[in-house]
Design a protein. Structure first.
Length: 248
């Protein structure tokens, strides 16, 4: 009888622990991927929660949310989080800025590094390049507008290659499809098979803030908040900077 009571108590404790150890469904863009993949295992070890992450480009994230897919946490550019909140797809007031990244430039590993030290040098490099890669995400939208503001959109149009949503620009640089490519610094700085050249010149740079928000259909909102708190803690800063980003 006594053993039975002890077993029942132990089982109750186990169930309580299991109920608290939540599975957090995360939908995230690739801009934060490298830092996130280093930080999340630390969070899982310390909290016993588990993050199940779906990676997608910004366009893909918008489609998934519009199609009614439910997640606990969404990580994407701040304007998209704000739009989701306005649409009722995310919890009002839940946006938290995690990290930010500028746009970077890269070439295939071993290729000569072009001069991108000034806007004039960048313009010359773009006009001389045989092919140029860019994304469908925030960096790609900005790069397209930059070509317009530089007055070279028509001259470079025929040599542009835009990757599909969720496909890294680094992949088409590494395989030789394009000579030079542009994406978030965080997505190029350690990409296999490419050499990171540097960020855009400061006078033409564009910073994307990647933010998190709680989905309105979240089943584990408290665990999602715990993950956000971990990703914005001071201890996360060195990892964020390691991947060419700055804290939110």
């Amino acid at each position: 009888m006594k053993f039975g009571r002890i077993f029942a108590a132990a089982a109750s404790l186990l169930l309580a622990d299991t109920a608290w150890a939540a599975e957090i469904k995360v939908l995230s863009s690739g801009g934060t991927k490298e830092a996130y993949l280093e930080l999340v295992p630390q969070f899982e070890k310390g909290s016993e929660h588990r993050a199940v992450t779906t990676w997608s480009g910004t366009v893909g994230i918008k489609k998934r949310i519009a199609d009614g897919e439910a997640y606990d946490l969404v990580i994407v550019g701040a304007p998209e989080i704000d739009a989701f909140i306005q649409q009722g797809k995310m919890v009002p007031g839940s946006r938290v800025d995690l990290m930010k990244s500028g746009v970077g430039v890269a070439v295939r590993a071993g290729a000569p590094k072009p001069d991108v030290s000034s806007s004039d040098a960048l313009k010359k490099t773009l006009l001389e390049a045989k092919s140029i890669g860019y994304s469908t995400g925030p960096s790609g939208v900005y790069i397209a507008s930059l070509f317009e503001s530089m007055g070279i959109a028509d001259q470079v149009k025929a040599k542009l290659k835009q990757t599909p949503s969720g496909v890294a620009v680094g992949s088409i640089i590494a395989n030789g499809e394009v000579e030079i490519g542009f994406q978030q610094v965080s997505e190029l700085i350690h990409f296999p098979g490419v050499d990171y050249v540097g960020p855009l010149p400061s006078n033409v740079q564009n910073i994307t803030v990647f933010s998190a928000g709680i989905h309105s259909g979240a089943k584990q909102p408290e665990a999602a908040k715990a993950l956000i708190k971990f990703l914005t803690a001071p201890a996360a800063v060195p990892v964020i900077k390691k991947y060419g980003m700055e804290p939110g």
